[in-house]
Write a protein of this length. Structure first.
Length: 471
């Protein structure tokens, strides 16, 4: 974590500014002496050239942080650790609710590090003390780690804010809009350079993933719902992918606890040279040791066998490797490697433990290696041009296309809204340029839960960059 900082005041003038003031004082004193000499000797008419004042640096004005306080506000829902506070960010001098961009909150100091864990295999323990591994680690710290840690801190502060407003009665569209606007605000959204990593998932009950409200969807969160909140932050394409589960009724506690513990097990089991299949086996063993009693019936918690964690690349949320959550979920030869970034996520269900695509689609993403396909429809060409400049290969949703800024004010101003685009979007999907990601659902009447963290395989350790006091 960041070293403790005193209560912030306005930033003092820089050394250069103090030198400017000194020069001005010397000039004034010199002018007074010259005027006095001129009165005594009228024949002397030498003009003294004044020194040009140095221009002040254009590095931005002082940032006034809020008073540093101890967090006190507890979340209004279950599913988080006892150490969770929805105003956790006030310990850094952030406002409540958060309004200061994270880059300003941590100006002049490092972003908080994530949780540090050793690599799982004993054969890799030499890395902790290896000078060569530490040297390689230092090479990555100024670029990759810095971007991931900034994104992770943004994710923590945005999700703390979201947790504070997640209460029965809130419309899911309103929840997502507030969360995403806060995400844009704290990242200082700048198109593809920095901003939202992917649409906010708020999947309810038997829906495990890939649901966010489309425009006109007025679904309201209720006391007996189980909601998975999954959203992303990206800095220069370095994506933080993290999720937690919301419940209000304590009867779901065993389900949430099983998935949370399974995710932590997956993280502990991870490391350089670890086989992905071994991680899946460990996850399943922990998760399926739990059961849930609902309305007098006991349900075993099942790992959803066709959902996986995944490697993450730059501007690529699914970079090619899948981390299974069941035994035998992938080839035995596939291993984690140094420098890779992973989303370790697990899903548990009281249903059959298998999901299928269902319901109206809201999530879309341009295929990372999309083929060049000649498009005949002008509307498809226009929509593809908008997707390329606004989202690139990052995921997007229909709700964003219908915003006045079309998904990014920096890129489009208030003239980005897409009109009558569904035919063009379908055409882009049909030819393979864009991939649709419909909601993934277990059997109706069942309940699903999810927890997820982003980790990086550093040369000398693994870092759970998205870890927080909440989960």
């Amino acid at each position: 974590m960041v070293a403790e900082e005193a209560t912030p005041d306005l930033i003092k003038p820089s050394t250069a500014e103090q030198e400017d003031n000194t020069e001005e004082d010397e000039e004034n004193e010199g002018d007074e002496m010259n005027n006095h000499d001129g009165d005594n000797d009228a024949n002397k008419k030498k003009k003294k050239k004044k020194k040009k004042k140095k221009k002040k640096g254009g590095g931005g004005g002082a940032v006034q942080l809020a008073e540093i306080k101890e967090p006190v506000e507890k979340p209004p829902h279950r599913g988080l650790l006892p150490t969770a506070f929805t105003d956790a960010y006030v310990k850094y001098g952030q406002t409540n609710p958060p309004t200061i961009p994270i880059s300003d909150v941590f100006r002049g100091r490092e972003f908080p590090k994530g949780e540090i864990q050793p690599h799982a295999l004993e054969s890799q323990s030499y890395r902790e003390t290896s000078a060569e591994c530490k040297a390689r680690d230092r090479l990555l710290s100024e670029d990759l780690y810095k971007k991931l840690r900034e994104g992770a801190e943004i994710h923590r502060q945005v999700r703390n804010f979201a947790q504070s407003i997640t209460k029965p009665g809130i419309e899911l569209a309103d929840l997502c809009t507030q969360l995403e606007n806060k995400n844009r605000e704290l990242t200082q959204e700048k198109g593809l350079e920095r901003g939202i990593g992917f649409p906010t998932g708020c999947s309810l009950n038997h829906v495990a993933a890939h649901y966010t409200p489309n425009c006109g969807d007025n679904t309201v969160l209720s006391f007996d719902d189980v909601m998975k909140v999954d959203f992303g932050v990206q800095i220069d394409g370095r994506i933080i992918d993290s999720a937690w589960t919301v419940a209000f009724n304590p009867r779901y506690d065993p389900l949430l606890e099983s998935v949370k513990e399974a995710t932590d097990t997956g993280i502990r089991t991870s490391g350089i040279d670890v086989r992905l299949c071994d991680i899946g086996e460990a996850i399943q063993e922990v998760m399926e040791s739990y059961e849930v009693e609902l309305d007098g019936t006991t349900y075993p918690v099942k790992a959803i066998r066709n959902l996986n964690g995944h490697s993450i690349g730059q501007y690529q949320i699914h970079a090619g490797k899948s981390v299974p959550i069941v035994k035998g979920g992938c080839e035995e030869s596939i291993k984690m490697e140094e420098g890779e970034v992973y989303a370790i996520e697990t899903f548990g269900s009281t249903g059959r433990g298998y999901v299928v695509e269902d319901m109206e689609c809201s999530h879309y993403m341009k295929t990372f290696d999309a083929p060049h396909v000649p498009l005949r429809m002008q509307s498809s060409k226009r929509l593809l041009a908008h997707i390329n400049k606004t989202f690139g290969t990052l995921a997007f949703c229909r709700r964003w296309l219908e915003r006045d800024d079309g998904g990014s004010f920096t890129v489009n101003g208030n003239t980005g809204k897409q009109e009558k685009y569904m035919g063009a979007l379908k055409n882009l999907c049909d030819v393979g340029i864009v991939t649709p990601y419909p909601p993934l659902c277990d059997t109706k009447g069942s309940y699903t839960a999810q927890y997820e963290h982003t980790i990086i395989m550093r040369p000398n350790c693994k870092e759970v960059v998205s870890r927080g006091d909440d989960y």
